[in-house]
Design a binder for this molecule. Structure first.
Ligand SMILES: [Zn+2]
Ligand SMILES: [Zn+2]
Length: 411
């Protein structure tokens, strides 16, 4: 991988966290990069997206204002943090959008879907989730995504891809079956009233032990998995390849031989850069011994992340899975820089990476706290429904006679 052919820019991180995103503005000619319109998303009313010329991106990413080029990838971090959430650090999730219109979610950790909704995406295309493992900080928002996107424009089944486990009940299929049982009341109440097909969950469980196996191949996109080392058997890492571009999502893992081998040559290699032992001990109030065990035996501490990236040599290394605070980030950065001096970004929620063969651009999304969900579409009106269910006569018979609802509007 020749860094000299790559240009990386970053802007818009001007506050106390500015050390978070380190860009290497590398030499090399910038080719003409005028993007043609491709596979347009349904835009919110009043929004019009435009192509980006010559790799000159606005300093902030304003959702639904930019067209992706025909060979461009946009990777948005929807969650970068821990299972115990902070308002600025949801649990793990990445949204990958391609210039062909395809969209993929890698993990949907607790709290992360609020960031997805803040982007006001075209939910008709957000129908594929790739789960690295079944911790709540990686799949905790799955049912919220399922129900919420069913209400927000997805009227076709949602697909979840994920690993098997050492026994059937430890795998992704058992997880989804359990979620469906747990939310039986919710699903029963909405089914029939909402479009039928949007209520379906299709599980694609694959062998967690298989190495660099293809788990998805469609529309020019290939996604592969390989094992990760994290507590029990089951966790995996993924790569997504399209148009000669390669994005790697590590999930949670101790440094392992499969990642070193199969992430090599990636354009964007993301991997956990967990809180170092001292910072972790302080965060949880743990003993240094417990923190050292978790940070260096269950996860990958920042120095180890740096070693991994020095071996993988991506065009851009992305570290995640920490708690955002100035002192934690300084500790992580110091540790990474002991072992890795290549291009690096430490992920924050709503960090956006635009990737082409010529450019890597890192910036932050600018979103409102009160973004409305997308309107329902024509497909919502015309979709097949099997009919709303109702409460029993016993319950409806309890309606207070002192109130009469207003008449229904005429159609
Ligand atoms: Zn985990
Ligand atoms: Zn995790």
């Amino acid at each position: 991988m020749n860094y000299r052919t790559t240009r990386i820019t970053t802007r818009a991180v001007t506050n106390a966290f500015s050390a978070l995103v380190i860009a290497f503005c590398l030499t090399g000619s910038l080719s003409q990069n005028v993007h043609a319109a491709t596979a347009q998303d349904n835009m919110p009313v009043g929004r019009k997206a435009v192509a980006i010329s010559d790799g000159q991106y606005p300093g902030s990413y304003f959702p639904n204002t930019e067209l992706l080029g025909p060979a461009e990838m946009r990777i948005t971090c929807l969650g970068s943090g821990m299972p115990n959430l902070t308002r600025k650090s949801a649990s793990l999730s990445y949204l990958v959008e391609l210039g062909n219109g395809d969209k993929f979610l890698f993990d949907v950790g607790a709290g992360s879907m609020a960031n997805l909704w803040s982007l006001r995406p075209d939910f008709s295309k957000i129908d594929k989730v790739f789960a690295s493992h079944l911790h709540t900080d990686h799949v905790g928002d799955f049912m919220g995504l399922h129900i919420g996107s069913w209400l927000s424009g997805r009227y076709t089944p949602i697909h979840i891809y994920g690993p098997s486990g050492s026994t059937p009940e430890m795998g992704t299929k058992a997880f989804v079956d359990g979620m469906k049982k747990g939310y039986a009341w919710d699903i029963a109440g909405r089914s029939g009233a909402l479009p039928d097909a949007g209520g379906e969950i299709v599980v694609h469980e694959f062998d967690y032990k298989a190495v660099n196996q293809v788990v998805y191949q469609e529309n020019g996109v290939t996604i592969r998995s390989w094992p990760a080392i994290h507590l029990l058997d089951g966790p995996v890492s993924y790569s997504l390849e399209w148009q000669g571009l390669k994005y790697v999502f590590g999930g949670d893992t101790y440094p392992n031989k499969w990642y070193i081998k199969h992430a090599a040559g990636a354009d964007i290699a993301s991997h956990e850069a967990f809180l170092p032992p001292k910072a972790l001990a302080k965060y949880f109030g743990w003993s240094l011994g417990q923190a050292t065990f978790v940070s260096t035996r269950i996860h990958t501490e920042p120095q180890a992340f740096g070693k991994v990236m020095s071996a993988v040599k991506p065009r851009l290394a992305v570290g995640y899975h920490s708690v955002q605070s100035p002192e934690n980030n300084a500790a992580i950065m110091d540790a990474v820089r002991k072992t890795y001096d290549g291009p690096l970004a430490l992920a924050r929620d709503l960090m956006v990476i635009n990737l082409t063969k010529e450019n890597i651009n890192v910036r932050m999304a600018s979103v409102d706290d009160y973004v409305l969900p997308p309107d329902v579409s024509k497909a919502y009106v015309s979709a097949t429904r099997s009919g709303q269910k109702h409460a029993s006569d016993y319950i409806t018979g309890g309606k207070w006679k002192g109130y009469t609802p207003p008449p229904m509007p005429k159609k």
